[in-house]
Design a protein around this ligand. Structure first.
Ligand SMILES: NC(=O)c1ccc[n+]([C@@H]2O[C@H](COP(=O)([O-])OP(=O)(O)OC[C@H]3O[C@@H](n4cnc5c(N)ncnc54)[C@H](OP(=O)(O)O)[C@@H]3O)[C@@H](O)[C@H]2O)c1
Length: 205
């Protein structure tokens, strides 16, 4: 599929690089032609302006700081799927500097399909994700196409609910990053719940 990126930073290089390797056509969009061109060259994509990449992508990765995400997303034409990977992290105390970024994008640009994904792990993880890594996705429309892009990374899409739940993913990222930064380890935090709820979970029998 055709993927445009809004931004030419670390997340763009990591994720779009994987999608190029998976056979997708990617245009890296940046506000500086030189920087966008360098990233595009490194990953085997083409480069364009932000507006050109927004117009190019059937799916558009929003890889910019959360505080400008709403404004930058306004460039995306109607009917496209926007992957919001942003984290509005307040680095002073690892809380959220702004609530519910994905929902704010959707309210500002209701004619696009906003899907929250890829915000829980660092760009270094996306460059070489561990096989089978679960990637939660929140959205109302466009979720299946994003799930395909998750699978292209060798990861497993995890349906995490509608866009109304994206704010929980944003808060989860802030919580996890805060724990990592303070020297903790989040990896063992989510054991199976089968015993607690008496349900059989996927992958268990
Ligand atoms: N890096 C991670 O590990 C990670 C993990 C999860 C989520 N995220 C989230 O992913 C998003 C991107 O992160 P990143 O690490 O890729 O950031 P980054 O490396 O700092 O890149 C940010 C990109 O946004 C562009 N940009 C900044 N301000 C802009 C504006 N006003 N208008 C248009 N473009 C603008 C920059 O353009 P220039 O090159 O022209 O400056 C750059 O291309 C952030 O919201 C971050 O919270 C990051």
């Amino acid at each position: 599929m055709r993927i445009g990126t809004l931004g030419n930073g670390l997340m763009t290089e990591a994720l779009a690089g994987q999608w190029v390797r998976a056979g997708h056509d990617v245009m890296v969009g940046g506000r500086d032609a030189g920087r966008a061109g360098e990233v595009a060259k490194r990953i085997g994509a083409v480069a364009g302006s932000l507006a050109e990449a927004a117009a190019y992508g059937e799916v558009v990765l929003l890889g910019v700081p959360a505080e400008v995400a709403v404004d930058v997303a306004r460039m995306v034409p109607a009917g496209r799927t926007v992957i919001d990977c942003t984290n509005a992290l307040d680095h002073r105390d690892f809380t959220l500097a702004q609530p519910a970024t994905a929902e704010a994008i959707s309210r500002a640009v209701p004619e696009v399909r906003v899907v929250k994904a890829f915000n829980l792990a660092a760009d270094s993880v996306w460059r070489n994700p561990p096989a089978g890594l679960g990637v939660p996705i929140c959205g109302d429309d466009g979720v299946e196409v994003v799930a395909e892009l998750v699978r292209d990374l060798g990861c497993v899409p995890v349906a995490a609910g509608g866009l109304v739940r994206a704010k929980l993913l944003e808060a989860t990222a802030a919580l996890a990053i805060g724990i990592w930064v303070s020297g903790g380890d989040v990896r063992g935090m989510f054991p199976p719940l089968a015993d607690a709820f008496g349900t059989v979970l996927p992958g268990q029998s």
